[in-house]
Design a protein around this ligand. Sequence first.
Ligand SMILES: C[S@@+](CC[C@H](N)C(=O)[O-])C[C@H]1O[C@@H](n2cnc3c(N)ncnc32)[C@H](O)[C@@H]1O
Length: 218
Amino acid sequence: MQASEMSLRLHGNDVYEGFDPSPYPDDIQGWNSEHPLLLEVIRVKQPSLIIEVGVWKGASAIFMAEQLRMAKLSSVVIGVDTFLGSVTHLNRQESKASLLCRHGWPHLYYQFMANVVRRDLQHYICPFAQTSETAFQYFSQLNLRPDVVHIDAAHDYESVSRDITNFFMLLAPGGALVGDDFSAEWPEVIWAATEFAKRKRLSLQQLHGKFLIQKGHD
Ligand SMILES: C[S@@+](CC[C@H](N)C(=O)[O-])C[C@H]1O[C@@H](n2cnc3c(N)ncnc32)[C@H](O)[C@@H]1O
């Protein structure tokens, strides 16, 4: 499936149609975005659908989409984000500036769109500008079943726990959930991910600040 078909399904139109990236100079800042675990799950799972929860300017979504393009897979990355930032972004001057607020309303979404279009990846990435909770409910109703999920939205215990629980439910049998910031700097991510794996009696692997939990085939 191409992103335009997914866009029709989620939005009722092609969200890139008529979009002009020129007011947004290239700016692709991200954290841990080109991670070997993302490479590995794409290589092994050959996913037809990836859902990323927490997109920011698109660095990790773009990295995954580039892998799909190189592997000649006909796949889509749905990028779920409010594009309003997290509390950590509001606390840092540089990140706050990245939100591109006009009269208090962030325009980060357009920076993300421009980054995608400049790399000609609009056929692979479909944005969904909503809270992760609303996205989960909507995707459940549409019966979307991602093969790979990447969780990287808010980093407090409640949010991480909710995002992992919800999107693991959507994951297709045999799918993989990767989460970011499994590191001492983010103890609540470690807490939420570890507790989830323990509760579900699943093994949790970690590599250079990301974690991986896999879903069984039954
Ligand atoms: C760490 S950034 C994502 C970075 C991105 N994965 C990368 O590597 O380039 C976290 C993002 O999560 C988004 N976010 C925070 N809480 C959210 C929520 N409840 N629902 C959807 N997005 C949320 C923020 O707007 C922000 O863009």
